[in-house]
Design a protein around this ligand. Structure first.
Ligand SMILES: [Fe+2]
Length: 136
């Protein structure tokens, strides 16, 4: 049973970013389902790695577009991105150091809640700005 499915309510109106969000949610669901199925962190490490890489890829894409167009709330938006990336790094580092409990259902739920909250709050904040600049 997945944590959440992407749905139109969390669309930010830009295809690339919506697709990125869908994929990040898919990865979080895969982690959550894996933990629920009793798989250990070793067998989920590649998903965690992909989550980290794609989170960075996606955030960099959003940030590049904001900077290109001079988005006024760039700094606070980027600070949120850095905070989540740091959280995923922490989990990965702890798992690599043998703290397998760092990759828990609660940790994945936290990341998921954070991501969805970020999309619905902070990301939606850029919709009128990007729309006014013709980004779709
Ligand atoms: Fe964002």
């Amino acid at each position: 049973m997945p944590l959440i499915q992407w749905n139109e309510q969390i669309s930010v109106g830009i295809d690339q970013f919506d697709n990125d969000h869908k994929y990040l949610i898919t990865l979080l669901n895969s982690l959550f389902d894996g933990i629920n199925a009793g798989r250990g962190p070793q067998s989920l490490a590649y998903i965690l790695e992909e989550l980290l890489e794609y989170t960075e890829t996606h955030f960099a894409r959003e940030e590049a577009e904001m900077q290109r167009l001079g988005y006024p709330d760039f700094d606070s938006h980027k600070a949120q991105h850095d905070m989540l990336t740091g959280r995923v790094y922490d989990i990965q580092r702890q798992v690599a150091a043998g703290a397998s409990s760092a990759l828990s259902k609660e940790a994945v739920e936290f990341l998921n809640n954070w991501l969805v909250g970020h999309i619905q709050g902070t990301d939606k904040g850029y919709m009128p700005f990007f729309a006014a600049h013709g980004v779709r």
